[in-house]
Design a protein around this ligand. Structure first.
Ligand code: GDP
Ligand code: MG
Length: 857
């Protein structure tokens, strides 16, 4: 594609040959006949000319954000062609031909828009420009690939040559060292008994060879020089014992000892390294048998700053492995599981419909528990009733029209926590709204959770027996949340019920079954079981217990199952009434005994045929869970947005946000402003928003949807903070809307300059308030976290909502002024111009620091 004739080019561009020649000439390229060759340089020149002839200098593009912030991976700089730099020279374009792929992509995008404007004026040129751009892009791509390839080859060659040279030198030094090592290894001998036999054999063989080759030994210089004979194959006289010792060493050492055993390597050892999906620097170094420091150095040269415990993704790891002269192979991590799944899928049979799985949600005291209790009392077979004494995570009821399974997991957080682990167990959400209370905060929250999970809602308008029940109000309030009843022309089914009298409950069950028909829920009872852990516990007598909801196939007593990171044979199974059962089909829950440990709620369950496979898979999962936890820490950071964009290619990226603020006005403003930042490449999604502090439920929703949490004048409560910390979620507090918008915008455009970051350095709880005529209100406080500093700004929080921001007037320990007070200490705090402080308030002390934002963590 590098050289074409004018005629060919004209053909490609769909323009007249003559016209093209004229254009080429105008662009300063001397061609006169259709057979003349057009080089890539020429094409670029033509492109530049065509563009400028429309008054669109290329330099205009460079007024676009210079997203040079992306140099985190300087590998991307390597990729960049410098050859094309000349064409923009005169336009004063960025000298940095070090921009990488996505910058080009962006620029192209801008140009397209410009071009779109010109479209009517000159479609021909437009076509030419596009085609040229395309060819330029391809050329650059090809060049880049070539260059990379050449560079890589050269690097490899250099590396190899250097490694050879180094190796030679090293070997000589190592000879020396080896002797010392011998002694050390002797001590390690016991731990290495496993290889003993093999090495005994080896050593014997070597010995035999040595004897055979005795005459030639003289040639092996080092053997005699370093007197290694005594190190290994001991003199015949004291043969037995020392030989065992030497035999206990690793093969490498033993063979070295056998005089001629060590052969000076002529090339560096090339290994084939299997690279798993994630691997820490330390582990990778071990695989390549190099020092971690050496690997870190190579990575640094490649532009990646890492520490020994940092996980590398597979691509990076493969790059560095090849950089170091080995061959890399992507390890097929999913081996065992894949096999299991395939075995599963090879069973063929028809699917049949299965019962729906329902979760009941709603505001506190609106009657969730009462509703579930009523249904259970009324519908679970009479004989079983008495059996239900303890709480169970799931149960199924039989109605005239079919079976419905209820998940009785406490709270929305549990629902979403399961989802966060990738387990979508619920088919339908029943939203309970008390007719005498209407839509409350947790009602809205439940709607958000259900929407985020893409699960249909059925509204149970409860407490209809109450005199002040007002179902119309519930309808209009829910309509405001975009849950519109059918009789108002919407989609949602509303069922009036009473959990006390039982009125309407049958209707509710019927509606659930109706909805489930619409959903066409299917499963195949003939398959081996697939399911999800709903609940689990450790019983002193019976060991680990898991309530498993079968999602597909049938679970039978005696089945070997894999549940999350645990496995085991189903020793016994019970239904929700505590009665032993032999099997459970699709959508039916069962309590299962016999697992190796307690799995987590939300873990998937899979019946397998082979115990060994189950064990291996469990091990593998434990391992990858550990790796995953490390890798997760790097995920979903606000700062990583740009990276994600990079990888996502053409597709529009989603940025999910959970927004909480002190007042509805701020919520709306933020929601509005932030979603409006969406562009063709990035879509900003607000998955949840609301007034009030950041709760556990918000945090788990953020975790489930990979969302960034934005707290505007509100803070996370303790349980939310725990989740945020455990899952390493991205939480950002703001008190100026503009800053929030700015941050998200910067992250989206990749323009990360410096920023003023706020760091909360201490938190004090107000225990009592004293009034003094001289000083005003003095808050008697206990510093509960960090340190409160006299000189730093503070905020007063009430119920996790910021009510005042300002400065400290005074900070005292006992009667003395203090410049700072540490956690666990009581102190008196006077807040400048603020006298409304109350016991129970919190005083947050923070620090503003100017930091350079980077794409790294
Ligand atoms: P939850 O917090 O959503 O689980 O609500 P509960 O089921 O604990 O119910 C809270 C209170 O509302 C309890 O005192 C129930 O007796 C009462 N309640 C629940 N449903 C109804 C109903 O349909 N009618 C009346 N009158 N009271 C109800
Ligand atoms: Mg309850």
């Amino acid at each position: 594609m590098s050289q074409v004739t004018v005629a060919q080019l004209a053909d490609v561009l769909g323009v007249d040959v003559k016209r093209l020649i004229t254009q080429l000439n105008e662009a300063g390229i001397e061609v006169s006949e259709p057979d003349a060759e057009v080089t890539n340089e020429d094409k670029i020149k033509l492109l530049t000319y065509l563009r400028s002839s429309h008054g669109k200098a290329e330099s205009e593009d460079t007024t676009q954000p210079r997203k040079v912030t992306l140099t985190r991976k300087s590998m991307s700089e390597l990729k960049v062609p410098t050859g094309g730099a000349g064409r923009t020279r005169s336009r004063g374009a960025a000298p940095s031909r070090t921009v990488n792929v996505e910058v080009r992509k962006r620029r192209t995008y801008v140009k397209r828009r410009e071009i779109a404007e010109q479209e009517q004026s000159d479609p021909e040129r437009e076509a030419a420009v596009q085609a040229l751009e395309e060819s330029k892009r391809q050329r650059e791509e090809a060049e880049r690939k070539e260059r990379e390839e050449a560079e890589r080859r050269q690097r490899e060659a250099e590396e190899q040559a250097r490694a050879e040279e180094e190796d030679r030198k090293k070997r000589e030094a190592e000879e020396e060292e080896r002797r010392k090592e011998e002694d050390r290894l002797r001590a390690e001998a016991e731990a290495l008994k496993k290889v003993e036999e093999k090495v005994v054999r080896q050593a014997k063989q070597k010995e035999a060879e040595r004897k055979a080759a005795k005459g030639n030994v003289g040639k092996e210089e080092p053997a005699t020089r370093y007197g290694r004979e005594e190190l290994h194959i001991a003199p015949k006289s004291k043969r037995r014992k020392p030989k065992r010792k030497s035999a206990a060493r690793p093969g490498k050492v033993a063979s070295v000892g056998a005089e001629h055993g060590f052969q000076r390597p002529t090339a560096p050892v090339k290994r084939e390294i299997e690279v798993p999906e994630t691997i820490t620097v330390g582990e990778l170094a071990k695989l390549m048998a190099v020092k971690a420091g050496e690997l870190i150095k190579v990575l640094m040269n490649m532009g990646t700053m890492v520490t020994i415990n940092q996980p590398l993704d597979q691509d990076t790891a493969i790059l560095v492995v090849e950089e170091m002269g080995h061959t890399a192979k992507a390890a097929e991590d999913k081996d065992i599981e894949q096999e299991l799944v395939e075995a599963e899928e090879s069973v063929e049979s028809d699917e049949v419909s299965r019962p729906p799985v329902v979760t009941v949600m709603g505001h506190v005291d609106h009657g969730k528990t009462s509703l579930l209790d009523y249904i259970r009392r009324a519908k679970v077979a009479a004989g079983e009733q008495g059996g239900i004494t303890q709480h169970i995570g799931a149960y199924h009821v039989e109605t005239d029209n079919g079976v419905v399974t209820f998940l009785d997991t406490p709270g929305h957080a549990a629902f979403t926590a399961m989802r966060a682990r990738g387990a979508q167990a619920t088919d339908i959400v029943v939203l309970v709204v008390a007719a005498d209370d209407g839509v409350m905060p947790q009602t809205k929250e439940a709607i958000q959770h259900a929407r985020a999970a893409g699960v249909p809602l059925i509204v149970a308008v409860n407490k209809m027996d109450k005199p002040d029940a007002d179902p119309e109000r519930v309808k209009s309030e829910l309509a405001a949340e975009e849950v519109v009843p059918e009789d108002w022309g919407g989609q949602e089914i509303f069922v009036p019920v009473s959990a006390i009298t039982g009125d309407g409950i049958d209707n509710l069950l019927e509606s659930i079954l109706l909805q489930s028909e619409v959903l066409e829920l299917k499963a195949n009872p003939d398959k081996r079981c697939r399911g999800v852990v709903v609940e689990s516990s450790l019983d002193k007598g019976r060991g680990p217990i898991a309530t498993i909801l079968v999602q597909d196939g049938t679970l039978r007593r005696g089945d070997m199952i894999l549940a999350g990171e645990e496995f085991g044979r189903v020793r016994a199974m019970f239904n929700e009434a505590g009665q032993p059962i032999e099997e459970a089909g699709p959508s039916i829950p069962a309590e299962v005994l016999g697992l190796s440990g307690v799995p987590n709620a939300g873990d998937d369950v899979l019946a397998v045929t082979d115990e060994k496979k189950a064990r291996d898979a469990a091990d593998q999962r434990k391992q990858s869970a550990r790796e995953g936890r490390l890798a997760e820490k790097q995920a979903a950071k606000l700062q990583n947005l740009f990276d994600q964009m990079d990888e996502g290619g053409e597709d529009q990226q989603n940025v999910n946000l959970v927004i909480k603020a002190d007042v509805q006005g701020s919520v709306e403003a933020l929601k509005d402003a932030l979603t409006r930042l969406s562009n063709d490449e990035i879509k900003v999604n607000v998955v949840a928003s609301g007034v009030g502090g950041i709760t556990e439920s918000d945090a788990s929703l953020a975790q489930a949807s990979g969302a960034i949490i934005i707290g505007f004048n509100v803070r996370a409560d303790a349980s939310a903070r725990r989740i945020i910390q455990e899952a390493d979620l991205d939480l950002n507090y703001y008190s100026v809307i503009y800053n929030a918008i700015d941050d998200v915008k910067k992250a989206i455009t990749g323009l990360l300059g410096t920023e003023t970051k706020e760091e909360i350095i201490g938190l004090a709880e107000v225990k009592d308030v004293f009034r003094s005529s001289k000083l005003g209100a003095i808050a008697g406080c206990l510093v509960v976290e960090g340190v409160v500093k006299r000189a730093n700004p503070i905020r007063v929080l009430r119920d996790n909502v910021v009510i005042y921001e300002g400065e400290l007037e005074s900070l005292r320990r006992f009667k003395d002024d203090a410049s700072e007070v540490q956690a666990g200490t009581e102190c008196g705090i006077g807040v400048k111009q603020y006298n409304d402080v109350k016991p129970g308030d919190q005083i947050e002390c923070f620090e503003r620091i100017e930091v350079q934002r980077t794409l790294d963590d």
